[in-house]
Design a protein around this ligand. Structure first.
Ligand SMILES: Cc1ncc(C[n+]2csc(CCOP(=O)(O)OP(=O)(O)O)c2C)c(N)n1
Ligand SMILES: [Mg+2]
Length: 794
């Protein structure tokens, strides 16, 4: 395991010298992280009076963990998620490696400076995973390990690079997040390998000290999920004390000490420790251990936890490294704020050292005023030796000459997808999607490359979202080959569920957050593994909400994927209000780096699906989202303007000069709009019918054009401005979609039309389409009523 990388061994130094150097570097990391935050809060001018903030205690808690990993155990090919509040330690580490600048460090939390929490997009190539919404970064490492296996087993990407580990340095409160356990279950099913989670077990979260006994439970959970679980509780000093006469009494005392008392004594210091210990152990032989120490020494002994003892940490990690690739959780006992004046205080999460405390800390660290940023200031190791050491650290080596951020060539997307015969057929966009993908799945001719790079995934709705035909062609991914029992027994089934390392569908359990974490990981495969994947995830539209934070998280990292949400809206009539989505079109509009579309007909879908494959790969592109439906519509024989479909709207019937009214529809309610339009035309023969394929792209384009004009580009014009240009300001515009009407309500602001927006704004309920469309004003009569209102009210 990891054999090639082990060739990079640190410079040969006596272990005692190595340990000394490492401890000096820990001091440096503690200083720099605290100073970075102090500088942001107390030294930099503050223009708005807002507290800048930062988490000196959270940083101090995990200094040794980061030092042990980055300065000894980790290899360049490892991918590491750092708990959000340790961002400054991570950046200080890169400063040591010469991969971060002093200027950036001094701009922590400032506009253009390094972000409070590590950000892939804003902080640069050294950040493997953004973190911030706790729990997601941790779980992400499990899915990035899965994707790394996927690309390796498919022979895609940089197969020349050694296999790495996917490591999360987690805060203990992150383990309260449910998505952690969803990820554990899913990881178990996929037999995920090469994942390490190192828990900074400081027994403190934001508000307080966490309950005792909790970790007994959590440890069991990890083991049940097939993980190895290693507790790193005590450091060397304490272990040596435990080995002495009476040492077992001391160990029992600490083991039994409630988290809150331990924290309080840590904060109070040596004298308080002595009083508490003596009141319980006054008659024990342990007294000899206690009595020979000064207060400071006693305080240092009692806080000598495993997570602060770099030698213990390194020893434990190295031992686990030898064990192989089993997922491993390390529970490293720590103290929040270790080494700082508020160590152990339950309120220290957002606590900042005062100017006086910082001044004292500076003196203790041996740092001269004006030399706060100097790399080697205050260290008792000669600069040459320190540099030689840092130069020899395995993680300090470059993964590739270009660095950590890999790249992948673009996969050719043929100009037109193999569209099924549509003329005369009734078909839904969901069925059309299934057919299109199945056709691509044949992998013939110029579609071979495209088909090989598509990876699909779905949280237990593979068949019901019409991925079945694709899966039948391309198979299910599993690290192990597993037969399809039904097929082997010759039991009739439309689905072939054989699994193998060559399969291209990742079948997930029902937890939607996992879907978006997989899409996030697969959507970064080009940067992480050098393999260009075109990941497609399907889910029922209303349950996008269930995974929403993970979806936003994936977009925040600029992951590239296609989300297909289907079925959607009230049109899913008999399924009732829990399955009928109302808010998703608005999510599509408000989500950054996610271009959302809702075609009504399969010819539009074919254009948009092709566009999505292209958009996902463009450097300035994004993820894409197609909102589809199971409602079958009579397909049209027509020629479309593909650019207009992609830009978000095309005229079905262009308006004539002097038109008093325009009808605009989006998605599966197209027939109601069309029928109403026929009647409307009798009233106003000049009226126009507009098909909206993306309210999101129209709106984004409109904002962009306005911004460009404000910045002096007078010629800038948005697609929606061009589309609405033939209409007289003040003319009527009735809009309709099977989703919240605010999706279109803004259209009136583009050129001054009077908008009457239709669409459900209340929870749905069971019914059939005629009843529901009537009740929620989506039927032809409702459209005509809205038209009448739009024409009458001025
Ligand atoms: C999803 C989410 N909820 C709430 C927060 C606000 N928050 C930030 S840190 C934190 C507590 C973190 O505690 P822990 O993970 O133990 O970190 P540490 O003690 O190491 O600082 C909370 C509640 C957040 N960042 N993300
Ligand atoms: Mg904590």
């Amino acid at each position: 395991m990891n054999a090639p990388a082990n060739a990079l061994s640190p410079v040969m130094l006596p272990e005692t010298r190595r340990a000394h150097i490492l401890k000096q570097l820990e001091r440096k990391l503690l200083w720099l992280s605290a100073w970075m935050i102090h500088n942001a809060n107390h030294i930099r001018p503050n223009r708005d009076g807002l507290k800048v903030g930062g988490h000196q205690a959270s940083c101090a808690s995990c200094i040794s963990i980061l030092a042990a990993l980055y300065l000894d155990v980790a290899r360049p090919q490892d991918r590491i998620a750092v708990k959000p509040h340790a961002g400054p330690v991570f950046h200080a580490m890169n400063y040591l490696f010469g991969r971060q600048t002093q200027e950036k460090l001094s701009q922590l939390r400032q506009f253009g400076g390094i972000q409070p929490y590590p950000s892939r997009v804003k902080d640069g190539a050294e950040v493997d995973f953004s973190t911030g919404s706790v729990g997601l970064g941790v779980a992400m490492t499990s899915f990035s390990a899965l994707i790394a296996d996927y690309t390796r087993l498919h022979g895609l990407g940089r197969t020349d690079l050694p296999q790495g580990r996917h490591i999360a340095i987690a805060g203990d409160a992150e383990l309260d997040e449910g998505n952690i356990y969803e990820a554990l279950l899913e990881g178990w099913k996929h037999d995920v390998r090469n994942v390490w989670w190192v828990v900074d077990y400081n027994r403190q979260s934001l508000d307080s000290v966490v309950p005792d006994r909790l970790f007994g439970r959590i440890e069991g959970l990890f083991r049940d999920m097939g993980w190895n679980c290693v507790t790193i509780k005590y450091g060397r000093k304490l272990q040596a004390a435990f080995a002495r006469d009476g040492g077992e009494d001391l160990r029992s005392w600490i083991d039994d000490c409630p988290n809150s008392l331990y924290s309080a004594l840590t904060f109070q210091g040596g004298a308080a420790w002595r009083a508490a210990l003596l009141s319980d152990l006054g008659r024990s032989k342990a007294r000899a251990i206690i009595d020979e120490l000064t207060d400071d020494e006693l305080g240092a002994l009692m806080t000598n936890l495993g997570g602060h003892d770099i030698e213990t940490l390194i020893e434990t990690f190295r031992a686990a490294d030898q064990e192989g690739d089993q997922p491993t959780c390390f529970i490293a006992y720590t103290i929040k704020g270790m080494g700082l004046p508020f160590a152990g205080h339950k309120d220290n999460h957002a606590g900042l050292m005062s100017k006086e405390q910082m001044e004292q800390f500076r003196q203790d660290m041996g740092i001269r005023p004006g030399h706060e940023w100097d790399l080697f200031e205050g260290l008792d190791v000669p600069e040459d030796e320190m540099r030689a050491f840092l130069d020899s650290v395995p993680f300090g080596q470059k993964l590739t000459p270009e660095g950590r951020l890999l790249s992948a060539p673009t996969i050719h997307v043929p100009a037109v997808l193999p569209t099924p015969k549509l003329a005369g057929r009734k078909m839904s966009t969901q069925a059309g999607f299934g057919e299109l993908l199945a056709e691509i799945g044949r992998g013939q001719g110029e579609f071979k490359d495209l088909a090989n790079h598509i990876m699909t995934t779905s949280p237990d709705v593979t068949v019901s979202t019409n991925l079945g035909p694709w899966v039948n062609r391309r198979g299910i991914f599993d690290r192990h080959t597993r037969n399809d029992v039904f097929r082997d027994a010759k039991l009739a089934s439309a689905q072939r569920w054989g699994m193998s390392p060559k399969g291209q569908h990742v079948e997930l359990g029902i937890a939607e957050q996992n879907l978006f974490l997989v899409l996030g990981a697969a959507g970064l495969a080009h940067a992480m593994t050098g393999a260009r994947l075109l990941p497609i995830g399907t889910v029922y539209d209303p349950f996008v909400n269930r995974g929403l934070d993970a979806l936003i998280y994936a977009c925040y990292q600029d992951a590239r994927f296609l989300l297909v949400s289907t079925p959607s809206g009230l049109t899913l009539a008999p399924e009732g209000g829990q399955h009928q989505s109302v808010n998703t079109p608005l999510i599509g509009m408000a989500a950054d780096r996610l271009a959302s579309f809702e075609p009504a007909y399969v010819d539009e879908l074919a254009i948009l699906l092709r566009h999505a494959f292209d958009l996902m790969q463009r450097p300035d592109g994004s993820a894409a989202w197609l909102r589809l439906s199971t409602r079958t519509l009579q397909q049209k024989q027509r020629t479309l303007d593909a650019a207009a479909v992609i830009a978000g709207a095309h005229w079905v019937v262009p308006p004539q000069p002097g038109a008093r009214i325009t009808l605009a529809y989006q998605g599966a309610i197209a027939p109601e709009a069309e029928e109403a339009f026929e009647t409307l035309r009798e009233e106003d023969p000049a009226a126009g019918l507009l098909a909206i394929t993306s309210a999101d792209r129209l709106h984004a384009g409109w904002l962009d054009a306005q911004r460009a004009r404000r910045n002096g580009d007078r010629t800038a014009r948005a697609h929606i401005e061009t589309i609405l240009a033939p209409l007289a300001p003040g003319s009527a515009l009735v809009t309709i979609l099977d989703g919240h009407p605010a999706t279109h309500a803004w259209l009136g602001a583009v050129r001054g039309q009077r908008v009457v927006p239709l669409g459900p704004d209340h929870f749905g309920q069971g019914g059939d389409i005629p009843d529901l469309y009537r009740a929620y004003e989506l039927d032809t009569d409702a459209v005509l009523d809205a038209c009448a209102q739009a024409l009458v009210e001025t």
